[in-house]
Write a protein that binds this ligand. Structure first.
Ligand code: MTE
Ligand code: HPA
Ligand code: MOS
Length: 728
């Protein structure tokens, strides 16, 4: 088996000049692979084919893949790749959202969701305020970087691929397109991933297609696993967002009008950026009822590696801006933020700006339970006292709700399949369309099959996910995999149970194995496939009608922090989460998902900061320069409870999706920090709304605590803290 390594050397060029002669003569090198080696099409992409497998002519970001070197060891391949000489001719480039806005560099369409009468809303308002916020991107930092093993089978153009991907079917289709063969020659297999988090929904094909081309050229198996620095540079991450808002509200704190614009940094290709912007817009009001709204979404085309899905899929960015204006409203009225939040919280029967009626709403129950479990009022009193006694450290609190829409927003993706075999010894092989990435999907699917078939989980096995068992699958994403695949597994298992029923009736005291054997000897088909599609979906932006989501997952978190006003450091003292996941399929998994999602959000909003040079070169390419959460960042007290007695009639066994919704609850930590900063500012005689960008890094916390020392420095430009780095 050979190893391939993709070395990216790029800039902005019109005509690429590549000299690989030295590399090709190096020991162990089998060959180099460039665009000319692609037998099929070099035009790829998950939705629009606006990308190349291997750059041909123009490259549009640092990290764009030009070619690959195949050698007998990873080291030899990496060394040789460094020896390839590439010359570039610089072209003008756009790196930041602000640069894209100035150049009007947007992908089309620009989305709008409008409801009510905005003008009348602002007329009705007692106050109007404006604000803005930037939310930085995020690196997926899955433990396992991107990896593909491609094995040509030597017949009829067949190729078998073992890929760490959330999308076996997308991988199959793109590899087939690139190799110029029908999809039925390409088999993609996924045992499991060492984490995906959305980073392996589409961007995995950036590598898998190249490995397939190399394996096809050499007619030998080729494997490549990216090093961490390459993975961080090449595969993109969460979209940075910039939000600008104007909000109208009454003296009571009730918000009556909202005009908000979102700008995302999509990078050099479309990828999923439009869907991600749509999900941001579908979450622009978070959990609050606003009668008159306009939300607009601009997807910026820039010269960065294409950004992509990341847990929450634009929802967290959308809701982060919401919480910024809620905080501003409270601060401008001098009212506690939790009162303003509670006052504006949705009630049963109200409709979202995209005209979806909210029923079985549990937000108020989550809210009240969280308030009570966290001891909010006592904590508030204690924090106020602490802040009176301490000048240079301050404590802050925030309680933040979330409402996360469950369904792929592209309705056609809401389908799934399953294939179940019963063998004559009674053991069951289960396959379904979803992939396992640590979220416990396979465990839940075995539980579903066990419950329907009426046999213990130990008799059921899932071996892998593959395109030749369940075809045309949607990516394992949108938190909906248990809902979708679970219902497909249920469907298949019900078919089998019906087929076995006569043998059970004949031998009611018999065992599972007896019935299976009897059915087999009676020549009954012991294999069944199952299928499911979510009913009643189909939203249209043109008419702002039709259901977007099957239902919503709700949660509320209350966090308390302490900041050091002089260094900007902070400590996470406590977080209390109440999450409505319906009748949990597996409480141990779901609590793990809530904890993991929350911590990943905590990294996003308080720790993780990508730095780019003004020319768009990613500078943070490893854990040494990019800080992900560690044990010490977990709140000293962290309590997660699942809301009791909240069955959901829209999903399998009354459960709810859990994967992405809890991530946003980490906003409670961010807004607790903002609350603590507010206490520090009050001591300097400063009050009222102020801008705080995400992440709430030490620099931002320090400079926002304005005092006699910060007055000695020039006012900080929110976009730059260091001369060598820009906020993208
Ligand atoms: N949990 C773990 N351990 N690893 C992951 O990669 N991905 C998250 C979430 N939880 C992820 C995870 C994301 S982005 C999604 S969309 C869901 O899991 C996908 O799986 P599900 O649909 O089965 O919830
Ligand atoms: N969520 C997550 N992943 C997706 C979606 C979505 O709505 N649409 C396409 N991929
Ligand atoms: Mo998750 S971002 O939908 O893979």
């Amino acid at each position: 088996m050979s190893t391939i390594i993709v070395e990216t050397q790029s800039g902005f060029l019109t005509e690429s000049s590549i000299d690989s002669s030295v590399a090709e003569a190096m020991p162990g090198v089998a060959c180099c692979v460039f665009a000319k080696d692609i037998p099929g099409s070099n035009a790829v992409g998950p939705i629009t084919y606006d990308e190349t497998v291997l750059a041909d002519g123009q490259v549009t970001c640092v990290g764009h893949i030009i070619g690959a070197v195949v050698a007998d060891t990873q080291l030899a391949a990496q060394r040789a790749a460094k020896a390839v000489r590439v010359q570039y001719q610089d072209l003008p480039h756009i790196v930041t959202i602000q640069e894209a806005i100035a150049a009007q560099s947007f992908y089309q369409p620009i989305r709008t969701i409008k409801s009510g009468d905005l003008e009348a809303g602002f007329k009705q308002a007692d106050h109007i305020l404006e604000g803005e916020m930037h939310i930085g991107g995020q690196e997926h930092f899955y433990l396992e970087t991107n990896v593909t093993l491609a094995v040509p089978r030597g017949e009829d153009g067949e190729m078998e691929l073992f890929v760490s991907t959330q999308s076996p079917s997308k991988t199959q289709l793109l590899v087939a397109k690139v190799l110029g063969v029908p999809a039925n020659r390409v088999m993609v297999r996924v045992k499991r991933m060492g984490g995906g988090f959305g980073g392996k929904e589409t961007r995995t094909t950036v590598l898998s297609t190249v490995v397939a081309v190399a394996a096809n050229k050499l007619k030998r198996p080729v494997r490549c696993m990216l090093d961490r620095d390459e993975d961080m540079l090449v595969t993109g991450g969460r979209h940075p967002f910039y939000g600008k808002y104007k909000v109208g509200f009454l003296n009571s704190g009730k918000v009556v009008a909202l005009d908000v614009s979102y700008y995302s940094n999509a990078g050099n290709s479309m990828d999923l950026s439009l869907s991600i912007m749509e999900r941001a817009l579908f979450h622009m009001e978070n959990s609050y009822s606003v009668a008159n709204v306009r939300g607009r979404g601009f997807v910026c085309r820039t010269n960065l590696p294409s950004n992509t899905a990341f847990r929450g899929f634009g929802g967290p960015q959308g809701m982060m801006v919401t919480e910024s204006w809620v905080t501003d409203v409270a601060q401008s009225l001098g009212r506690p933020a939790e009162e303003v939040r509670r006052l504006n919280l949705y009630v049963e029967g109200e409709s979202t700006p995209y005209n979806q009626m909210l029923d079985q709403l549990t937000l108020d129950r989550c809210w009240d339970e969280c308030l009570q479990r966290s001891g909010y009022q006592q904590r508030r009193a204690a924090a106020d006292l602490y802040n009176r006694l301490n000048r240079w450290t301050k404590r802050g609190l925030a309680i933040v709700p979330t409402k996360f829409g469950i369904s792929f927003t592209a309705a056609f993706l809401n389908q799934a399949g399953a294939l179940v075999h019963i063998y004559t010894d009674g053991s069951v092989l289960l396959t379904h369309g979803g992939t396992e990435m640590g979220q416990g999907l396979h465990t839940k699917m075995v539980q579903v099959a066990s419950r329907v078939l009426g046999i213990p989980c130990s008799k059921i096995h899932i071996s892998e996910t593959s395109t030749n068992t369940v075809p045309n699958t949607s990516p394992t994403a949108a938190s909906a995999s248990s809902d979708l695949n679970g219902a497909a597994v249920l469907n298949a298992c019900q078919t089998l149970i019906q087929r076995l029923a006569p043998y059970k009736t004949l031998n009611p005291k018999g065992s599972w194995e007896d019935w299976v054997k009897a059915a087999y000897f009676d020549r009954v088909n012991l294999s069944a496939n199952g299928f499911y599609k979510t009913p009643d979906l189909g939203y249209s932006f043109d008419t702002n009608s039709g259901r977007v989501f099957n239902y919503f997952t709700y949660g509320v978190a209350c966090s308390e922090v302490e900041i050091d006003c002089l260094t900007g450091a902070h400590k996470n003292l406590s977080t209390t989460i109440v999450m409505d996941v319906g009748h949990s399929l597996n409480p141990a998994i779901d609590i793990g998902q809530v904890e993991g999602g929350f911590l990943q959000g905590l990294g996003l909003f308080t720790l993780e900061e990508l730095h780019y040079s003004p020319r768009g070169v990613l500078l943070t390419r490893g854990p040494g320069s990019y800080k992900i959460p560690a044990f010490g960042d977990i709140p000293t007290q962290l309590t997660v409870s699942l809301l009791r007695d909240a069955p959901n009639d829209k999903a399998i066994f009354a459960s709810k999706a859990v994967g992405e919704p809890p991530l946003f609850l980490a906003a409670s930590v961010f807004y607790a920090i903002k609350d603590a900063i507010t206490a520090a500012r009050v001591e300097s005689g400063v009050s009222g709304p102020f801008r705080l960008d995400s992440p709430a890094s030490a620099e931002r916390i320090r400079t926002a605590c304005c005092d006699r020392f910060t007055k000695l420095c020039p006012p900080a430009d929110p976009g730059t803290f260091t001369p060598w780095s820009v906020q993208v």
